[in-house]
Write a protein that binds this ligand. Structure first.
Ligand code: DUC
Ligand code: ZN
Ligand code: ZN
Length: 460
């Protein structure tokens, strides 16, 4: 199978030029002006942008969590991602405390194998670091191609590890050539605030927000960065939301540390005023919570200063009935929101169209940096000869409206209902196959492939 994409404006993290792209089998074979080659299929991309397929390195599919499971499985989640131009996701395996990392990997393979439509990889969340777990790290990196290890500094009593475990894990991961990532919020402080609000009979979603003030995130981010400096491990902070945390990342950069920061689309475009809607606010109950306008400004600035390298989603959808588990107790509302499908169009509309970021920065944030940071570049994350043919064809002018009635995520509401966006994904190619076109999914369950990742050293 070969495809020729003609007349498109090619945008990568570095370039912006007019050219054709010739794809043979699953790879990009040629890029050049007016290519004179025969192809099985020709796509006219005149007046469109041609960009690398998106990589969302923070999603939770079919994940058992807070007494229920996230409502998108590998099929619906990676399918919805494709509709939104994201050709690859990195999902999180959660170790069960008291069990091995291999047991967790097998459990996740049981749910993902043969079910994904789009490509995927895993981060491995270490929730119980001990001698046994330590001995498994090398295997995960060298045999399984899983090179990033997630930690939780919050979710006390469930997923959280203490600083002793964190330092031990960092030393081992550094030795074996991997990266440590973290959910950076102070679990003890949050635990105290949740108990305090509950005792005062303050049960609405607003108190989810008030139980995780900015300081809980800033403190943990600084502590994590300090431990990473001490151990020398390449480090990555997931879903950073606020100015206080960003300032700790800046301090780490000043001392030449390899600490990367990811924010998520919701923290750039939504704010904490959404917690004023009574129980409806449960739609936006996620951790960390939405923040203030000043934090949005700080994050956009951090992006343009290069302190924030990735925009992900933390896609973790729950049906409204699942959210209702916390109707009388905010601490029982499953944390997370549906976003995997809208990350790229939202960032284009609110970022590029509004003049906040450049087109090249858009590609960096949605694809290239994740590929580099997590050991997949240049197989993924760019448009270059020899790279996987993961390509989106994007109409920068088309206007459309987000709605739960038309989205493809398995969730019965949208956190962006009625939002009007400019810019629409038209065609998505994944490893040389048209995956989405004419608003239809063209690949089947099982087409999505597990992508092994290389060792990482924190240099991109
Ligand atoms: N935060 C969420 O909102 N959902 C999943 C896990 C997390 O850390
Ligand atoms: Zn998290
Ligand atoms: Zn998450």
């Amino acid at each position: 199978m070969s495809i020729l994409i003609k007349n498109g404006r090619i945008i990568t993290a570095a370039d912006d030029y007019m050219a054709d792209i010739f794809i043979e089998h699953d790879k990009i074979k040629m890029i050049g002006a007016n290519l004179d080659v025969k192809a099985d299929k020709v796509i006219d991309a005149a007046h469109k942008l041609v960009m690398p397929g998106g990589i969302d390195p923070h999603v939770h599919l079919d994940m058992p969590f807070m007494g229920t499971s996230s409502s998108d499985n590998y099929e619906t989640g990676t399918g919805a991602a494709l509709f939104g131009g994201t050709t690859m996701v990195i999902d999180f395996i959660l170790q069960t405390q008291g069990k091995s990392l291999h047991a967790a990997l097998n459990e996740w393979k049981g749910r993902s194998d043969g079910n994904a439509v789009g490509d995927y990889s895993f981060h491995l969340a270490v929730t119980d670091f001990n001698e046994g777990t330590q001995a498994e790290i090398k295997d995960m990196i060298e045999v399984e191609g899983i090179t990033s290890f997630k930690t939780f500094m919050a979710y006390k009593g469930a997923l959280m590890i203490d600083d002793r475990q964190m330092v031990g894990l960092m030393n081992e991961v550094k030795k074996q050539g991997g990266m440590v990532t973290t959910h950076a919020t102070n679990g003890d402080m949050i635990d105290y605030l949740v108990a305090k609000h509950t005792a005062e009979n303050k049960t609405s979603p607003l108190y989810h927000y008030l139980s995780q003030p900015e300081i809980t995130e800033a403190e943990a981010t600084g502590r994590f960065a300090d431990m990473a400096q001490y151990t020398g491990v390449p480090a990555y902070v997931v879903h950073m939301t606020c100015e206080g945390a960003l300032n700790h990342i800046r301090d780490a950069a000043k001392r030449n540390q390899k600490v990367f920061a990811e924010t998520c689309i919701q923290y750039l475009v939504l704010d904490a005023s959404l917690y004023d809607k009574g129980f409806e606010s449960a739609k936006w109950v996620m951790s960390p919570p939405l923040r203030e306008k000043k934090d949005q400004e700080a994050l956009w600035t951090g992006i343009n200063q290069g302190s924030v390298q990735v925009v992900a989603t933390d896609h973790c959808p729950f049906m409204w009935n699942q959210k209702k588990m916390g109707e009388n107790d905010f601490s029982k509302i499953p944390n997370g929101h549906p976003a995997i499908e809208h990350r790229m169009e939202l960032l284009f509309s609110e970022g590029v169209k509004m003049g906040r970021i450049s087109l090249n920065k858009f590609v960096e944030l949605t694809s290239t940096n994740a590929a580099k940071i997590f050991g997949m570049y240049p197989q993924k994350g760019t448009l270059a000869v020899g790279s996987d043919a993961d390509i989106i064809i994007f109409d920068p002018k088309e206007e459309h409206t987000i709605s739960a009635k038309t989205h493809h995520m398995n969730c019965d509401y949208s956190c962006y209902e009625g939002w009007s966006l400019t810019g629409k994904i038209k065609t998505v190619i994944l490893r040389g196959k048209v995956a989405v076109d004419q608003n239809k999914l063209q690949v089947e369950k099982g087409y999505g492939k597990f992508i092994r990742r290389a060792k990482v050293n924190g240099i991109i």
